[in-house]
Design a protein around this ligand. Structure first.
Ligand SMILES: [Cu+2]
Length: 172
């Protein structure tokens, strides 16, 4: 039957993905996680040596920078839109006005061996590499860049992408 073929194909894809080393955290997204259920840091995860993505949240060990998420008469934007951080730093994306806003990285622009770790490092999610929406001023999304290799990571706000609400993190 046709449905068996589809099931087999899906299973093969899942097995293939697991072979890449990210068995955790890949199949439970799609539901906004309550903000009270903060990720628990894994023991020993502060190693400065980047490893392949493990799917385990790597806590911020350096500076936490702030990026504002703004929507007003001048448009929708991240402030600053371009920011440079060091590996181990984090960014707190603060909801200021004009929400809902979120922070989403395009999987097409994130190296395959970074995706699982970056995905795990987003404080609240609605999907792969895509944070929960924030409606009220003072709410925030935090993204850790611990255990993320150097490079440029473009991001955007899903609801306002078409309106140009995007930015880029450079990890150095
Ligand atoms: Cu937005």
């Amino acid at each position: 039957m046709r449905i068996y073929g589809i099931t087999f194909a899906a299973t093969a894809i899942i097995l293939g993905a697991c072979a890449g080393g990210d068995p955790a955290n890949t199949d439970t997204t799609g539901i906004a996680i309550d903000s009270t259920s903060a990720p628990v840091a894994a023991p020993g995860s502060a190693s400065p040596v980047p490893a392949a993505g493990t799917g385990t949240m790597a806590p911020i060990t350096g500076t936490t920078h702030e990026v504002k998420m703004v929507g007003d008469a001048k448009g929708y934007r991240f402030e600053p839109a371009n920011i440079t951080v060091r590996a181990g730093d984090g960014i707190k994306f603060m909801m200021i006005s004009g929400g809902p806003h979120n922070v989403a990285f395009d999987p097409a622009t994130v190296p395959a061996d970074v995706q699982a770790q970056l995905d795990a490092n987003i404080s609240e999610k609605i999907g792969q590499l895509s944070s929960a929406m924030k409606m009220n001023a003072g709410e925030s999304i935090t993204v850790s860049f611990a255990n993320i290799k150097t490079g440029k990571y473009p991001f955007n706000c899903t609801p306002h992408l078409a309106l140009g609400m995007k930015g880029e993190v450079t990890v150095q």
